[in-house]
Design a binder for this molecule. Structure first.
Ligand SMILES: Cc1cc2nc3c(=O)[nH]c(=O)nc-3n(C[C@H](O)[C@H](O)[C@H](O)COP(=O)(O)OP(=O)(O)OC[C@H]3O[C@@H](n4cnc5c(N)ncnc54)[C@H](O)[C@@H]3O)c2cc1C
Length: 391
């Protein structure tokens, strides 16, 4: 336990440095030009952060999920796109760590992640199913020489053009139901990415997430053997919601701190006279406190479920609802905090070239409710509410 805490602390010290000195320094340019945050991702690679969650026994950082979550928050304070790339990569690594068979292809793959600091992207959304992770249209089919292949129409693949590998959801075979899925880890040099869209968005511009037609031929051992329902319920969905919500909290914290800096500067100028903006900032602080509490308790509940060595608990309806609620609450509360700060500061927050500007934070925060549309999450929850014994 102490070793894990020390590892977590050293990791976070390095992440804070990268967030401050590298990610933040390039964030405005990354956003303006909708370009990949190459400097920050390179710095994370150099720090070995892409294998932070790989167990120490395989040469990785062996840091706990709590440290990854904190890292997402810190990075988001500097550059939301960097933080979201980091979060999406770590979700894939955590899924592999938690569901791979020991000694197999996936274990060798994790050793490659450690040595080569490979960046993994995720291809779950699909034209026709949208953000519905429980279904796939594209299927695994047979190819020559005992190999397998697929073609998937992917509407949004973050850092698709910059990833070393992809973790893709597919139907197990063309004849099975849309819900009978597997996950396949495939390398960029096995994959043909035909770009079919642009990425000129309101926010999260540096994630560089256009659509692609994805074609790949791969070996059978690249199919993750674990049942997809367990992978989704125990890892992909709840860890996504935990890490995304920490990214969003980081965005809100950064906006709030800009508001605080503005109010403190106003107080210095006012020479003891009341500062009305401070009063409004206090209201925003209570909104931020709600967000912090929800995000913190979501992480704590996930960690507790894992520590009990009772991962099945994560597949219960109550647990699915719990982590969906985390996503819903955090994605709606984050823009609220950013909007609150905009109103506290006023025009100096509205200006892009002001030290108190929160335009980028507000725009980035708007993506949260679309990253799996909240209406879709509500519709899953509505179905579960009808049948769940406890919530
Ligand atoms: C910044 C960003 C990065 C992303 N990166 C990736 C990535 O790397 N890989 C990836 O696979 N995906 C990625 N996505 C895609 C994302 O996770 C969603 O899958 C995608 O946005 C869904 O597309 P959609 O908005 O068209 O929603 P859809 O799920 O297609 O829904 C379309 C509309 O219908 C509504 N709707 C859908 N279902 C219901 C329902 N049951 N009840 C009521 N209304 C409903 C929704 O509100 C929405 O308005 C990313 C998205 C964003 C914003």
């Amino acid at each position: 336990m102490t070793v894990q805490i020390d590892r977590g602390r050293a990791f976070l010290d390095e992440i804070e440095r990268i967030a401050r000195d590298v990610a933040a320094a390039h964030a405005d340019e990354v956003d303006r030009d909708a370009r990949f945050p190459v400097e920050a991702i390179d710095a994370l690679r150099e720090a070995g952060a892409l294998s932070a969650f790989v167990p120490a026994s395989l040469g990785g950082g062996g840091v706990p999920l709590t440290a990854l979550a904190r890292a997402c928050l810190e990075l988001a304070r500097g550059c939301s796109a960097t933080a979201m790339v980091f979060a999406m990569h770590q979700i894939q690594i955590a899924t592999i760590v938690r569901h791979m068979d020991r000694g197999g292809w996936y274990e060798s793959y994790l050793r490659r992640v450690v040595d080569e600091q490979r960046l993994v992207a995720s291809i779950t959304s699909e034209v026709g199913t949208g953000g519905d992770m429980s279904r796939s249209i594209a299927a695994v089919t047979q190819a020559d020489g005992g190999l397998l292949r697929f073609e998937k129409q992917a509407p949004t693949v973050s850092y698709g053009a910059h990833a070393d590998d992809f973790f893709t959801t597919l139907r197990r075979a063309p004849e099975v139901d849309e819900g009978d899925q597997v996950m396949v880890l495939h390398h960029a040099d096995q994959t043909d990415l035909e770009r079919v869209g642009t990425w000129d968005t309101i926010g999260m511009r540096g994630t560089c997430s256009p659509g692609f037609v994805v074609r790949c031929t791969f070996a059978p051992e690249q199919v993750l053997a674990a049942p997809f329902s367990a992978v989704a319920n125990e890892s992909q969905v709840p860890i996504s919601h935990v890490l995304w919500s920490h990214v969003w909290l980081g965005i809100a914290v950064e906006a709030f701190e800009r508001g605080r800096a503005f109010v403190r500067a106003a107080a210095r100028r006012s020479r003891g006279n009341p500062v009305p903006a401070a009063h409004s900032l206090s209201r925003v602080m209570s909104e931020l406190a709600l967000l912090r509490a929800e995000v913190g308790s979501g992480l704590a509940e996930f960690v507790a479920a894992d520590e009990d060595d009772d991962r099945d608990r994560l597949s219960t309806m109550a647990s699915i609802l719990r982590f969906n609620n985390l996503k819903l609450a955090a994605s709606e509360q984050t823009p609220r905090v950013c909007m609150g700060v905009l109103e506290v500061i006023g025009i100096m927050a509205y200006k892009n070239d002001s030290p108190y500007g929160v335009g980028r934070q507000l725009r980035d925060a708007l993506s949260a409710r679309l990253m799996v549309a909240n209406e879709r999450v509500h519709s899953i929850d509505a179905g579960l509410l009808m049948i769940a014994k406890e919530v």
